[in-house]
Design a protein around this ligand. Sequence first.
Ligand SMILES: Nc1ncnc2c1ncn2[C@@H]1O[C@H](COP(=O)(O)OP(=O)(O)OP(=O)(O)O)[C@@H](O)[C@H]1O
Ligand SMILES: [Mg+2]
Length: 279
Amino acid sequence: MIGRGRWLAIYMYFRPRDEDMTLFDTMNDADARHLTKGVVISASGVTKQFGSGTRALDGIDLDIADGDFVAVVGPSGCGKSTLLRMAAGLERPTDGSVALATDSVGFIFQEPTLLPWRSVRANVELCAEIGRLPRSERRARAQRAIDAVGLRGFEAQLPRMLSGGMKMRVSLARTLTSEPKVMLLDEPFGALDEMTRLDMQTELQRLYAERRFTGMFITHSVSEAVFLANRVIVMSARPGRIVADLQIDFPYPRDPDLRYDAHFVEYVAEITETLRGAR
Ligand SMILES: Nc1ncnc2c1ncn2[C@@H]1O[C@H](COP(=O)(O)OP(=O)(O)OP(=O)(O)O)[C@@H](O)[C@H]1O
Ligand SMILES: [Mg+2]
């Protein structure tokens, strides 16, 4: 039996190299008691200046309500990942504060970060294993998550036998086993081909429609933002500021053909125009 410390060490070895963080580290000491009722993530007057002199964020005020799915779009380098890391409590603002009402948080990276020698099932069980859930509960949760992301029948396969989209599903399932109240996703589908990406969007919004977690989702794709979210935040170029905040009024679950709806196309056009002006 490999202990918790060893798994963390193994995970740290395989984590994305550009991420100075770990999935299991929460150092958010912001006082959640100050949060307005029904607000799960709250950023107030947030500014971030890195030691290198880069001013990444400037005066961000953002409240995310319980059960909302918020997509954040903005030019590259405008501080989206920095803001998401702050929401997870993995980065501190220079000025202002970020509070999170729960420590039940799942963070999904752009890369699936699977352990190559572990089967799909064993990878999905990893979070529950680190959380020291009993074996039978681990199994049951992993199977529910595997079914939820459509990977039944692939439990015994190794990551190298899977396509990119399937690996991303495993990553999603691994996070779902901890049944997080908040899901923070940093461009999780950025590396996928267009058709797989559309499938993953459908899958994720179906999961959201079922579970109603609170979501904060970073993306460069405007149509992905409109399809998934009930609210889209548009940020300016660095230092990032919020330049638009739109409600997306489509009920869930959403049909993939919604993307051809005239109203959907209008949302995409409006956000794209705002982004053009925000560079
Ligand atoms: N640890 C760090 N030290 C110094 N500068 C940093 C650090 N992390 C991020 N930055 C800088 O802060 C700015 C915002 O970075 P961030 O990763 O948040 O952008 P982003 O909006 O997520 O970009 P992208 O869309 O390309 O992922 C960038 O200029 C980046 O170089
Ligand atoms: Mg980023």
